[in-house]
Design a protein around this ligand. Structure first.
Ligand code: IDP
Ligand code: MG
Length: 160
């Protein structure tokens, strides 16, 4: 007789995503609208803070893109060098399929290709120098979300 071992369902019904409003958000004065767009997604906001981003944090955040030709540019962008040295608004949203839901709200990486109703489609632009001013960062998947949330937030800064 064979025994059926019931394994726990590892597909978490609740997950978390890191959402950053990059320095162009504050530079353009649209932080409220962007938070509103994510809040309308029905997810729970469990962490929120302003961060003046150091070079070390920006490089660690984008470490998987270190070989890209735009790496230096996105590090400077996250540090606020292109947008009045403004800070980043760092947030953690949690709920069912939080990563996919937040990425849908953000829209495509290139703001010119993003759904016009998404945050990037509505408020983003590509500059004449070719910089994707796409306003927000959203974790790419749940594994990356865990890494990023640990990088940006202490456990004590997040609601249980
Ligand atoms: P994502 O932010 O939509 O997840 P990633 O591929 O993770 O996109 O790239 C991180 C960031 O690098 C983008 O948000 C954007 O700011 C920048 N980026 C990505 N691809 C390009 C590109 O082809 N040209 C210029 N900047 C880019
Ligand atoms: Mg990404």
């Amino acid at each position: 007789m064979s025994l059926t071992v019931l394994k726990p369902d590892t597909r978490s019904c609740s997950e978390s995503a890191l959402v950053l409003i990059k320095p162009d958000g504050m530079h353009k004065g649209i932080v409220g609208e962007v938070i509103g767009a994510f809040s309308a997604g029905g997810l729970k906001l469990i962490g929120l803070k302003l961060v003046k981003v150091s070079g070390a944090l920006a490089r660690a955040h984008y470490r998987h893109l270190a070989t890209k030709k735009f790496f230096k540019e996105i590090v400077s962008y996250l540090m606020g060098d292109l947008h009045g040295k403004n800070p980043v608004v760092a947030m953690v949203y949690t709920g069912k399929d939080a990563v996919a839901a937040c990425r849908r709200i953000a829209g495509s990486t290139n703001p010119e290709e993003a759904d016009p109703k998404s945050v990037r489609g509505k408020f983003g632009r590509v500059t004449t120098k070719g910089v994707f001013e796409n306003l927000v960062h959203v974790s790419s998947d749940t594994k990356e979300a865990r890494r990023e949330i640990t990088l940006w937030f202490k456990k004590s800064e997040l609601l249980a």
